[in-house]
Design a protein around this ligand. Structure first.
Ligand code: SAH
Length: 192
């Protein structure tokens, strides 16, 4: 899916835009795995980030689709939450004043082509502190059928993050979508 197809998807409610945080992200927060200054990369309309903001995290979200960012900002305002949302390209992230401690990714990595993947890891590597953690949640190859994004294998995750990163853990997880649940991998990857 190209960046402009995401933008047009946000004219309506796309299947991934469930209007609440993903349970897997809630579990990460509840088990204190999310710490410090947080980036939500490919944040969409912001439910995961707004959930974290509500719990007191200082967090920023970026997404390539201006309509998603507009919707996210409107929700933050309506809910009285302090969260920063910016239009940006995950393949070319601007270097922040200080690097992020934690990055969450709910459904971004699996949109990238093989060629995009090394561009993404390089871009991400510039904005996460050494020892910081990137939580990658993507559609897994255990998901049958062919609706939705491309399926990702554990080996692909390990291969993509083999240089400058350490893959600490990959667990089976699940996405909630407006079309039902889908098998996911949840990987915990640290910048080394
Ligand atoms: N994390 C959100 C959205 C997942 S859908 C959620 O859980 O609801 C994937 C998102 O990645 C879309 O919002 C799309 O606009 C965004 N995206 C795709 N390519 C991007 C890129 N290169 N840079 C930034 N965002 C991108």
């Amino acid at each position: 899916m190209q960046a402009n197809s995401f933008e047009s998807a946000y004219a309506g409610t796309p299947p991934w835009d469930i209007g609440r945080p993903q349970p897997a992200i809630i579990r990460l927060a509840e088990t204190n795995q999310i710490t410090g200054w947080v980036l939500d990369v490919g944040c969409g309309t912001g439910e995961n980030l707004l959930y974290l903001a509500e719990r007191g995290f200082v967090a920023m979200g970026i997404d390539g689709a201006p309509t998603a960012i507009k919707k996210a900002r409107a929700k933050a305002k309506r809910r009285g939450l302090n969260a920063q949302f910016e239009v940006g390209d995950a393949l070319n992230l601007s270097v922040p004043e200080r690097p992020f401690d934690t990055v969450i990714d709910s459904g971004l990595f699996h949109v990238f082509s093989d060629e995009d993947r090394p561009r993404f890891t390089e871009s991400l590597g510039r904005v996460v502190r050494l020892g910081g953690t990137y939580f990658l949640m993507c559609f897994s190859d255990q998901q049958p059928g062919d609706w939705g994004p491309r399926r990702v294998t554990q080996a692909e995750i390990r291969w993509t993050f083999s240089d400058g990163w350490r893959v600490d853990d990959i667990q089976p997880s699940a996405f909630e979508t407006n079309l039902g649940p889908a098998h996911a991998w949840l990987a915990s990857i640290s910048r080394s």
